[in-house]
Design a protein around this ligand. Structure first.
Ligand code: ADP
Length: 473
């Protein structure tokens, strides 16, 4: 009995440390808006990098023609072509080809990597059918989604800051990413050029805006997490004199690195961070994204097993970092069998812990719930932070003149597009996130805020932006 109480106490303490009452979420909202402001005020002014994208016009549905997208952000890359008919929502068709990057190229030279990509692009172009010959006279426009940190120098060019996600090609440092690809395409005689260079969140925002012009921000919650949004040019203080034709620019927040003392942090988060390859970095991401949620759950279960014998003899698997992946957390959380069969299976097969009594399996589900709920609610607070920064949280503020339309004083409809498996595939996560938006904003204001699932934005969005920025459109 005493042992049982000790396990329950581990859970209770964890739950208390992870609590996200609405007052706390509002503090996170405020902190996000403040940090955004600081990051826009000066270079290095905040943990939020608030990177300029030079994207000033988002697709609006009037684009016409055939455009290409290339999405490179991890172990796979995709090339695709969209055909646009000039009327909103009329993406007439798109073809995609997905390919893994051969592992040796991830640590080779920039020439080898981009030659390989250019060859795939050429292969894809040569396979294209109907009516493409008409295009031969015109150089093909390519939108390039390159999801690594880049210092943009124009909408079509930028310099790699550093490789992440297992890539390490030293000769790329300081080089223009688009230049490398353009040269590789030229070497093969491929008549194509990079028209826009973006990261994946910007692609998602572009696709959202193409379908719905009320779209102001895009958030990705997958393996990692990031967000971008449309900011007024005069609010981008660190780039004085940034006069743009549209009056706005998309800002890539790199919000995974957000930090605030108001974030509900537990001892498990501190340990996860200090054992990670990038301590003190990506603090927000480590509480929210798919890469980490499973490991927080594992750490809590490990602590429970150390406090008592409810999980039997110590299983070495339980001490193995990242063995419990986030999709498994979702599977345990969503197990609706009365005897929690799926939970038992995962404990047995993945963690090699057998014969766990039902009441202990229930505790495991509760741990998954606490971790997921905190993640989803913090992501929601981040989103409301963006809305607050641009005066779309209903609180009035600087931009209120713009947003309060009509005599009823109703806030303007505001769309945020969300991509990534946590939101699109993990139902409980999505519901917690949506509910938290309503908790923070209240029924009235939140009824004007629409969260939309977006899929494939990083690829299609790049091609759409290539269309917006092509000389001929
Ligand atoms: P990306 O790797 O580009 O972010 P996704 O958006 O598909 O791609 O996100 C994949 C991540 O989401 C994985 O790391 C995994 O942790 C998590 N994930 C995938 N499927 C699910 C699911 N059904 N429930 C919860 N998390 C999931």
């Amino acid at each position: 009995r005493r042992r049982w109480r000790r396990v329950v106490k581990v859970l209770e303490e964890f739950e208390e440390g992870s609590a996200t009452p609405v007052e706390k979420l509002r503090q996170v909202v405020d902190a996000m808006a403040v940090e955004m402001h600081a990051g826009l005020a000066s270079e290095g002014g905040s943990k939020l990098k608030m990177l300029l994208t030079f994207v000033q016009n988002l697709p609006n549905g009037s684009e016409k023609g055939i455009y290409y997208g290339l999405d490179l952000g991890g172990t796979n890359f995709r090339v695709l072509r969209v055909q646009l008919g000039g009327r909103r929502s009329a993406i007439l068709g798109h073809d995609v080809q997905r390919q893994p990057i051969p592992e040796h190229l991830m640590t080779s030279t920039s020439e080898e990597l981009f030659d390989f990509i250019a060859a795939s692009l050429q292969d894809f172009v040569e396979k294209e059918g109907n009516g493409s010959e008409i295009l031969q006279s015109k150089i093909r426009d390519l939108g390039f989604t390159f999801s690594f940190p880049v210092k943009q120098t124009s909408v079509a060019s930028g310099i790699l800051i550093k490789w992440t996600k297992g890539f390490s090609i030293p000769d790329m440092a300081g080089k223009d990413v688009s230049g490398c690809l353009n040269q590789a395409m030229a070497r093969r005689g491929l008549d194509m050029r990079v028209t826009v260079l973006i990261n994946d969140t910007v692609g998602t925002l572009a696709l959202g805006h193409y379908h719905d012009e009320d779209t102001v921000a895009a958030v990705i919650i997958g393996t990692g997490t990031n967000a971008c949004y449309l900011e007024r040019s005069d609010a981008i203080i660190k780039c004085q004199g940034l006069l743009t034709t549209s009056g706005g620019m998309v800002v890539n927040m790199e919000w995974g690195n957000f930090w605030s003392s108001h974030l509900p942090r537990t001892s498990y988060d501190i340990e996860l961070d200090s054992e990670s390859p990038n301590p003190n970095d990506q603090g927000f991401e480590k509480m929210i994204s798919g890469m980490y949620l499973g490991d927080i759950v594992r750490r809590v279960i490990l602590k429970m097993s150390q406090e008592s014998d409810v999980f039997g003899l110590a299983s070495p698997k339980l001490s193995t970092p990242f063995i419990l992946r986030t999709p498994l957390i979702a599977a345990m959380h969503e197990d609706d069998s009365p005897d929690l069969r799926e939970v038992a299976r995962i404990l047995r097969e993945i963690l090699e812990i057998g014969n766990v009594p039902l009441k202990v399996r229930k505790l495991v589900v509760k741990v998954c719930d606490v971790v997921t709920r905190r993640a989803a609610r913090l992501a929601a607070a981040g989103i409301v932070g963006i809305l607050k920064k641009i005066g779309r949280d209903g609180s009035g503020g600087i931009a209120s003149g713009k947003i309060w339309g009509g005599s009823q004083g109703k806030m303007k409809r505001t769309v945020v597009v969300v991509e990534g498996a946590l939101y699109t595939s993990y139902t409980v996560f999505r519901e917690y996130l949506n509910d938290a938006i309503t908790d923070i904003l209240g029924e009235d204001i939140s009824s004007q805020v629409v969260l939309k699932v977006m899929e494939d934005g990083s690829g299609i969005g790049a091609a759409l932006l290539a269309a917006s920025y092509s000389a001929s459109s």
